[in-house]
Design a protein around this ligand. Structure first.
Ligand SMILES: NC(=O)c1ccc[n+]([C@@H]2O[C@H](COP(=O)([O-])OP(=O)(O)OC[C@H]3O[C@@H](n4cnc5c(N)ncnc54)[C@H](O)[C@@H]3O)[C@@H](O)[C@H]2O)c1
Length: 430
């Protein structure tokens, strides 16, 4: 097998586009996506996810060939698959996009090709589900006529420090020769270098376990936050004290949304079930994190009743509807659960988000976003997502939007207790 590889990337979302552009800085890349709209915007040097800048797209345009024709994949001999791995409505792994992508690439596979999966899956998925699809669609024998690898992506959208080239890439492959080719390929674009996993299954497990470790640790802090509320102790104050210990772990309570952390726990639980194991810890973590939106709504209603505010028709603003700060992605956002629960009480809701795509929010959730300047006469504000935009506003900008008495529900801990003394506003922090 030659070391000189022509790269194709399948699925040009947050992960795929970042990867394709990184490789296009050093050579030719075939960049394939099933969505004609996505291909069209990328051909116009624009990424609506705001993950890759228009300048980077423009400067790599001569090396990157955007296409939605799978036959173009034949021009490459190392194929990187970065399609989504969501859950279905029963919270079971949805492999449909990975299966479709594997069928498409299988049909174009040639002797000596390598297929590298980056999409997050449970250990065993690549070899048990995807490679048989490649074999069937290519009529080639795995391990002899083509090989594969798994190299999880760890980018953190909107994080400007931990970016593609600064994050160590875990690599794995069918055999040593394939592993070396995959490692050298990524080393050319990842300054931080690579970590050699001992097998494809180990590489799959590394990614899923690192995300589950976060899910469970955040769940512990959410559990503690609920308890501390019952004890009338402020969680943020407790965390300030804890931070002074040398081995403190900086997990904060909060909403766990997005299509990675919460989703990955279900993937591993699914695999565990197949082998007859029930992970009580992972399940408990998910259970706790999923009840946080309801806890926040219950607390908001309790606070408003104590202020003699009539709940039906009360005016409440939700700040932030994306799944995390400074990222336009609204898929799997937990803020929507807060919104829906409040709606069921007959509250007048106003949702503001300076980053989210207005038309996408309308399409996915039927919500018309409200501009910041149009928020007024509010009984409560719930800061669900701490976008930089909110952090740069002065406290008075929030205060003047609230009636007296008023309620500020600060889920992200952006305010200090002192900020609201003698203002007629109650500050509630998770
Ligand atoms: N977004 C993240 O922060 C992140 C970080 C690390 C790992 N991951 C993992 O990477 C994978 C991709 O995530 P993402 O956030 O980049 O997804 P995404 O939803 O942003 O983008 C996926 C792209 O794949 C395309 N697509 C869907 N089916 C396809 C097919 N059959 N063939 C070709 N293209 C297809 C879609 O049109 C879309 O443009 C997932 O497994 C995810 O868990 C995501």
């Amino acid at each position: 097998m030659s070391q000189q590889r022509i790269i194709s990337v399948m699925g040009l979302g947050y992960v795929g586009l970042t990867t394709a552009v990184a490789f296009a800085k050093i050579g030719k890349v075939i960049a394939y996506d099933v969505s004609p709209t996505r291909i069209s915007e990328l051909k116009n040097n624009h990424d609506s996810n705001h993950e890759v800048s228009d300048e980077d797209l423009l400067s790599t345009a001569s090396n990157i060939f955007f296409t939605n024709s799978p036959t173009d994949l034949k021009k490459a001999n190392l194929h990187i698959v970065t399609v989504p791995t969501p859950l279905d409505k029963n919270k079971h792994p949805d492999f449909s996009m990975l299966i479709n992508a594997s069928e498409a690439i299988g049909k174009q596979l040639k002797k000596g090709d390598i297929v590298v999966y980056e999409s997050t899956v449970y250990p065993g998925a690549t070899e048990e589900i995807l490679i048989p699809i490649l074999e069937k669609n290519s009529n080639l024998t795995y391990g002899k006529e083509f090989t594969a690898g798994f190299s999880p992506e760890r980018i953190n959208p909107s994080d400007k420090e931990h970016i593609f080239k600064n994050i160590i890439k875990i690599v794995s492959g069918t055999d040593n020769e394939t592993l070396q080719i995959i490692a050298e390929t990524y080393k050319a674009v990842v300054n931080a270098g690579v970590h050699y996993a001992s097998s494809i299954r180990v590489a799959e497990a590394c990614k899923i376990v690192e995300n589950i470790q976060r899910d469970v640790n955040i769940a512990l802090m959410n559990d503690i936050a609920i308890l501390l509320h019952t004890l009338n102790i402020d969680t943020t104050d407790v965390m300030e004290g804890m931070k002074t210990k040398w081995n403190h772990l900086s997990f904060q309570p909060g909403l766990v949304g997005g299509h990675c952390i919460g989703v990955n726990s279900y993937y591993l639980m699914h695999k565990a079930q197949q082998v007859g194991y029930h992970s009580e810890m992972i399940a408990a973590g998910r259970h706790i994190n999923e009840k946080i939106p309801k806890f926040i709504v219950d607390e908001a209603i309790k606070c408003l009743i104590n202020q003699n505010v009539l709940i039906k028709g009360s005016r409440i603003a939700i700040l932030g509807i994306t799944y995390k700060e400074n990222c336009p992605d609204t898929r799997d956002t937990r803020a929507i659960e807060i919104i829906n629960a409040l709606k069921s009480y007959g509250v007048d809701l106003f949702v503001n988000d300076p980053i989210a795509d207005e038309s996408q929010v309308k399409k996915d959730y039927g919500i018309d976003l409200v501009k910041w300047d149009d928020l007024n006469h509010l009984d409560a504000i719930i800061v669900a997502v701490s976008h930089l935009y909110y952090l740069t506003l002065k406290k008075d900008e929030f205060l003047k939007k609230l009636k007296r008495p008023g309620l500020m529900m600060d889920i992200k801990g952006i305010f200090k207790m002192d900020d609201f003394i003698d203002t007629g506003i109650q500050l509630w922090r998770l």
